[in-house]
Design a protein around this ligand. Structure first.
Ligand code: C2O
Ligand code: CU
Length: 460
């Protein structure tokens, strides 16, 4: 595996403590402006908006079956809210302004309190003006440990991946949601981060078995990732265990909001192992793992993680819907409906809207007043056919329930909460509508959501 060492030996790694070590000590989570040394020391610290003083925010860790009670205090100048991404959560706690709650005004608080039925790797983030607020740093990991049957590992490392767009003075570029980003592939950063740091280092021992919990908090970038000096298995996607661990043989992609849990062994004879991102400079070490210790015998492959509660999908009796994804630069969309009015693309663009689902522009203020994509009874199975008739990729995220892809041979793929759709693709997802409420279904490329790629569905 080729990596370009110059690209990461050139700058000194920022020396700050790993911000998300430790257990949650308090149930207050404070969203406020803060600063962090992201760029090398010759630059000023970067002004951010953060939870509990750091980006990522404090790692929330709990056990499957516990409840989490978190009071969010908004000390920002703008309204905010917190979405607990990937949890099969009570609808009223889902954190979507305009659909499940009012945004939390500056100076106000909101009490979140919810059960944790599933073990796995999740995350929390602002769901208000997220194209700006997530970029400024309002996100953090949420780890739910297995109630029983936790894997036998030596280190459990959460690695939150991001790319942030900084100016020459290392400040967050304030061109959030500009027309070009929103109508094309979204906002890409120019500085690559793991746990809020450039090129952090995590010390490991030769022969150690690591659980790597990868979480993408990127606005838009699809990371192409690979490992060097470590080998092992993919054991969970979007928090949900795979029924069989899959050997990692090649690179794998991580779209915005997706998670991948890996169980890997440190196998290298070299002094360092790496997490490499392949869409930059042909190979960029986003994080490195200094290795010490003597060579160890190979261990047998890991067992599957214990399954989370299952909600079986019945494809034959399922209710069906289709979702045509349209719009964007180089797309064929001529007009679409916005809040009940048919507008041509020029008028839509003037209102900052570029995308539509089934001819309707998703508008966050209209959620809950518009008709849902589909209205089903609790426990019914649902199939949604998705057609990406745009020139860009999209990361479609369903709130409140995980889905499986219906594969070409009619079988069901692994449970996920976010599906990467390449341009031109047609795919189908299915799920058991076990969780009552109004659930958002949107593109997690945050500028796409802000400019029209959102709808919702109702489970009663
Ligand atoms: Cu991760 Cu609707 O969000
Ligand atoms: Cu999109």
């Amino acid at each position: 595996m080729m990596i370009d060492r110059r690209s990461f030996l050139g700058s000194a790694a920022a020396c700050i403590a790993i911000p998300n070590a430790g257990h949650s000590a308090s149930n207050l989570l404070r969203a406020a402006p803060g600063t962090q040394q992201i760029a090398p020391d010759r630059f000023d610290p970067t002004d951010l908006w953060v939870f509990d003083g750091a980006m990522p925010g404090r790692s929330l860790r709990a056990r499957q079956g516990d409840r989490l009670s978190i009071t969010v205090e908004n000390a920002l100048p703008d309204p905010t809210s917190v979405h607990w991404h990937g949890l099969r959560i009570d609808n009223a706690m889902d954190g979507v302004p305009g659909l499940t709650q009012e945004a939390i005004a500056p100076g106000d608080r909101f009490d979140y309190d919810f059960a944790l039925p599933d073990a796995g790797t999740y995350w929390y983030h602002s769901h208000a003006q997220s194209v700006q607020q997530v970029e400024r740093g309002l996100y953090g990991p949420l780890i739910v440990e297995e109630a029983e049957g936790a894997p036998d590992i030596d280190q459990d490392l959460t690695l939150m991946l991001d790319d942030i767009r900084l100016t020459e003075t290392a400040q967050v570029s304030d061109d959030f949601g500009n027309f070009h980003d929103n109508s094309h592939a979204g906002r890409f950063g120019n500085v690559w981060l793991v746990n809020g740091q450039m090129e952090p280092k995590y010390a490991v021992q030769r022969g150690q078995r690591l659980r790597l919990r990868l979480i993408s908090a990127a606005n838009a970038r699809v990371f192409q990732l690979g490992l060097s000096g470590m080998s092992g298995h993919l054991v969970a996607l979007d928090g949900m265990p795979l029924s069989e661990p899959a050997l990692i043989q090649d690179t794998f992609s991580l779209a915005p909001a997706q998670r991948a849990d890996l169980i890997v062994d440190v196998t290298t004879d070299e002094a360092e192992a790496f997490l490499i991102s392949f869409e930059r400079d042909g190979g960029y070490a986003m994080a490195s793992f200094p290795v010490s210790g003597a060579k160890q015998a190979l261990r047998p492959p890991p067992a599957a993680l214990p399954a989370n509660p299952d909600f079986p999908i019945d494809l034959k009796s399922a209710r069906t819907a289709t979702l045509l994804m349209e719009g964007g630069a180089m797309g064929g969309m001529r007009s679409a409906r916005l809040n009940g009015t048919q507008l041509d693309i020029r008028d839509l663009a003037q209102r900052g809207k570029f995308w539509a689902f089934n001819g309707t522009v998703g508008d966050m203020k209209a959620y809950g007043r518009d008709t849902p994509l589909i209205d089903v009874a609790q426990g019914e199975s649902v199939r949604i056919g998705l057609a990406n008739d745009t020139a860009f990729a999209h990361a479609m995220h369903l709130h409140g329930m995980h889905f499986s892809e219906v594969l070409a041979d009619g079988s069901l793929g692994p449970l996920r909460d976010t599906l990467l759709m390449q341009r031109g693709e047609t795919r189908e997802i299915a799920f058991n509508a076990h969780n009552p409420g109004d659930w958002l279904f949107h593109c997690h490329i945050l500028g796409h959501h802000a400019s029209g790629m959102g709808t919702w569905l109702r489970v009663t």
